[in-house]
Ligand binder design. Structure first.
Ligand code: TGC
Ligand code: FAD
Length: 392
C-alpha cells in the first residue's frame, strides 16, 4: 500500500471543542494506526487473515473498553474519547475497529453493566490489555434482525446450566477466549452468560469466503450440551434490553468509526486529485471532480457534527437508542457513498490495494449491515417519530 499520509478533515474546526487529553489520545491512536496497521492491513485483508499481532498494541492504546473504570483495568475515559478512538481505528480499517468495539462494547460493557463483582474482577482487567479476547453471540441462523425470536437456550442442572443452540456471523469468534452469549433461560427470558473456550461441546468454526471485513475473523458459536457454571451467568439483566443496551454502546462507536473510513477515502481522493494530471491539469481542477470532493466534505462535516453532539448527550446519559440509530445509519451511508465516489476519482488505481478505498468500500458493506441493518435503523427512527412500529 502507498505510504499513509492521512490528514484528518476538520472543515468546521471541531478540534477546538476537544480537550488536550482527547487530542493527545487521538494523536497516539493515529500514530499507532500509521505505524502498526496501515503498512500491513492490505496484505492481511487480501489473505483474509486477522493480524493478531496488533492486539497488544490495541490494549496498550486503551482501545479495549476505554470507558471501563480504572479499578477494573480500563482507562476510565468518556464517550467522546471512545468515539474519537474508534474513528481513528476505522480510518485504518473497519475490521480493526470491529475487533476493538466487540471487545469493549459487546464483551466488557455487559460484564461491567450486568455482571457480578467477581466476574468484573476476573475478566475485565485481562480483556482491557488483550491478554484475553472476547466475542458476542446474539445473531442466530434464523434470527438476525429479529433477535427476540432466538432459540438458543439453557436449562438448570444444579450447580451449572446446560446450553444448546448456535450463533452465526460472530466477530472475533475463531480466536476468542470467552463469548458473551445471549440465550433463553429456563423461564424463557433472554439472559447473558459467559462461555469459555475449552468448555466441552463448545466450538467456533470460522466463516470463510467473505468479500468484506477480510482482516476481521468471523465465525459461528455452536453449543452442544455445554455445561456452564452458574457463576458465569450475568445476573443483573433479563430480556432483550440486555443485548440491545450493549448494541447502543457499540453502535455509538460505529457512528464515529464509519465516518473515519469515509474521511480516509476523502483524504486519499483529495490528495490524488491534486497529483494526478490528465489533459495537462490536475484532475482536481475539473468541476466534476470538485463537485465530488465538495459534496464529500459537506457530508463529512454534517456527520462530524452529529456524532460530536451525540457524544455530548451520551456523556450526560441522555443519548436515546433512536438517536444512536440515526447517527449509525447516517455515518454508514455517508461513508459508503464517499467510498464509491472516491474510488471513481482514482480511476483504475482505485480498484487496487495500493490505496485503501476499495478495502474500505467492501468493509462498509458489513458495517452498514451489522449492529442493525440500514433498514432496521430507518425503522427505529420511523417508530421513534411516529410512535408506531413498522417491524411486525
Ligand atoms: P423492543 O420491544 O423495541 O425492545 C425490547 C426492550 O429493549 C429496549 N431497547 C433498548 N435498550 C437499550 N438499547 C437499545 N438500543 C434498545 N432498543 C430497545 C426496549 O426499551 C425494551 O425494553 P423493555 O424494558 O420494555 O423490555 O424489541 P423488538 O423485539 O421490537 O426489536 C426491536 C429491534 C428490531 C429494533 C431490535 O431487535 C434490533 O435492534 N434488531 C437489530 C439486531 C441487531 O442489531 N443485531 C446486532 C447483532 S451484534 C452485531 O452485529 C455485532 S457486529 C460487531 C462488530 O464487528 O463491530
Ligand atoms: P436479515 O435479518 O435476514 O435481513 C435481511 C434483509 O431483510 C435486510 O435487508 C433487512 O434490512 C431486511 N429486513 C429484516 N427485517 C425487516 C423488517 N421488519 N422490515 C423491513 N426490512 C427488514 N452478530 C452478532 O451477534 N455478533 C457479532 O459479532 C456479529 N458480527 C458480524 C460480522 C459480520 C461481518 C456480519 C456481516 C454480521 C455480523 N453479525 C453479528 C450479524 C449481524 O448483526 C446481522 O447480519 C444483522 O443484524 C442482520 O441480520 P441478518 O444477516 O440475519 O439479515
Amino acid at each position: 500500500m502507498a505510504q499513509d499520509l492521512y490528514q484528518h478533515p476538520d472543515y468546521y474546526l471541531l478540534d477546538e471543542f476537544l480537550s488536550d487529553e482527547q487530542k493527545v489520545i487521538r494523536d497516539s491512536v493515529r500514530a499507532f494506526v500509521k505505524k502498526d496497521i496501515s503498512p500491513i492491513i492490505e496484505d492481511y485483508a487480501q489473505r483474509a487473515a486477522f493480524p493478531d499481532q496488533i492486539i497488544k498494541g490495541l490494549g496498550e492504546q486503551g482501545c479495549f473498553g476505554p470507558f471501563v473504570p480504572e479499578e477494573y483495568g480500563g482507562p476510565g475515559l468518556d464517550y467522546m474519547t471512545y468515539g474519537i478512538m474508534m474513528q481513528e481505528l476505522e480510518r485504518g480499517d473497519s475490521g480493526v475497529r470491529s475487533t476493538a468495539s466487540v471487545q469493549g462494547s459487546l464483551v466488557m460493557y455487559p460484564i461491567l453493566t450486568y455482571g457480578t463483582e467477581e466476574q468484573k474482577k476476573k475478566y475485565l482487567p485481562k480483556l482491557a490489555t488483550g491478554e484475553m479476547m472476547g466475542c458476542f453471540g446474539l445473531t442466530e441462523p434464523d434470527f438476525g434482525s429479529n433477535p427476540a425470536g432466538m432459540i438458543t437456550n439453557f436449562t438448570d442442572a444444579g450447580s451449572h446450566v446446560i446450553l444448546n443452540g448456535a450463533k452465526m456471523w460472530i466477530s472475533n469468534a475463531p480466536f476468542a477466549d470467552i463469548a458473551v452469549v445471549w440465550a433463553r433461560n429456563p423461564q424463557g427470558k433472554i439472559q447473558g452468560l459467559i462461555v469459555e473456550r475449552g468448555m466441552e461441546g463448545f466450538t467456533t468454526p470460522e466463516t470463510h469466503n467473505k468479500w468484506s471485513l477480510r482482516a476481521s475473523a468471523t465465525g459461528e458459536l455452536v453449543f452442544d450440551n455445554v455445561k456452564v457454571p452458574k457463576e458465569n451467568i450475568l445476573p443483573n439483566v433479563q430480556g432483550l434490553k440486555g443485548p440491545l443496551g450493549c448494541l447502543s454502546s457499540a453502535r455509538f462507536g460505529i457512528a464515529w468509526g464509519a465516518l473515519g473510513a469515509g474521511m480516509d477515502c476523502y483524504d486519499t481522493a483529495l490528495r490524488y486529485s491534486q497529483e494526478r494530471i490528465q489533459f495537462d491539469k490536475p484532475i482536481g481542477a475539473f468541476q466534476l471532480q470538485q463537485k465530488k470532493l465538495a459534496e464529500m466534505i459537506t457530508e463529512i462535516t454534517k456527520g462530524q457534527l452529529l456524532v460530536w453532539r451525540l457524544a455530548q448527550l451520551r456523556n450526560e446519559g441522555r443519548a436515546t437508542p433512536a438517536q444512536i440509530s440515526m447517527a449509525k445509519r447516517n455515518s454508514c451511508e455517508v461513508a459508503i457513498n464517499i467510498a464509491r465516489e472516491a474510488r471513481q476519482m482514482l480511476g483504475g488505481m482505485g480498484i487496487t490495494g495500493e490505496y485503501s478505498i476499495m478495502r474500505h468500500s467492501m468493509n462498509l458493506e458489513s458495517v452498514i449491515t451489522y449492529e442493525g441493518t440500514h433498514d432496521i435503523h430507518l425503522l427505529i427512527t420511523g417508530q421513534d417519530v411516529t410512535g408506531l412500529s413498522a417491524f411486525k
